[in-house]
Design a protein around this ligand. Structure first.
Ligand code: HEM
Length: 193
């Protein structure tokens, strides 16, 4: 490892190695090891997945703000380091009321992205465009690429209680596949700049 990469790993806790084919992200926390190859094809979502996602979304939408906030609170509780990345939530003089309003507004924007992706499942080029551009913006917010995949599992845990009566393994897989696809394009965008 070059001195520059070593320093980067030391300071940020992660390293990114780039060649013209792949981007390899390694965290020096032994629990995380991600290899991202932007040349790999996007993850697949079946017709059955699409049907399940659209059905579930109609129900989840009724409680979208609550689900969004629970997703973020869960994410920050399980991964406090992610919280640090949300600059706007870190201002020392932010009152609890302001903090809650910022958290709620941000959660709603993320839920809005899920909504757009579900409707863009019928137009995958638009989904790719939306998520790649969002990935580029996240790179500009200095979000670490290895944080991106943490959102899906938290989101799935927060929608489950709303869909308890209908939830099956197929539901779990359909949501996992959606987030895999969303995060694939986000990471691809992040690697493109
Ligand atoms: C599937 C995953 C995610 C989605 C769909 C998502 C979506 C969004 C959206 C829609 C915005 C509003 C601004 C914009 O459109 O550019 C945003 C802002 C932001 N996101 Fe994400 N995000 C995701 C994951 C993450 C993760 C894991 C982090 C970790 C730190 C993060 C950090 C931020 C930050 C720092 C901002 C901008 C600052 C702010 O609004 O406070 N995002 N995100």
């Amino acid at each position: 490892m070059s001195l520059l990469n070593y320093m980067k790993t030391f300071i940020t806790g992660s390293s990114q190695k780039r060649d013209n084919k792949s981007t390899v992200i390694r965290s020096n926390n032994n629990e995380t090891s991600i290899t991202f190859d932007p040349q790999k094809p996007p993850p697949e979502i079946s017709e059955q997945d699409v049907e399940i996602l659209k059905d579930c979304w109609k129900i989840v939408q009724q409680d979208v703000a609550k689900v969004g906030v629970i997703t973020f609170v869960g994410l920050f509780e399980t991964h406090p380091e992610v919280h640090e990345a949300f600059m706007s939530f870190r201002a020392v003089n932010t009152s609890e009321l302001e903090y809650n309003a910022i958290l709620r507004a941000h959660a709603l924007r993320v839920m809005g992205t899920v909504d757009k992706c579900i409707y863009r499942l019928d137009n995958r080029d638009k989904l790719r465009e939306l998520m790649t551009e969002l990935g580029i913006r996240h790179k500009n917010y200095s979000v670490k690429i290895e944080f991106i995949d943490l959102m899906g599992p938290q989101f799935i845990s927060s929608i489950k209680p709303h869909l308890e009566a209908m939830w099956t393994e197929e539901h779990e897989k359909a949501w996992e596949n959606l987030f895999r696809l969303m995060c694939y394009y986000m990471r691809k965008g992040m690697c493109s700049i």
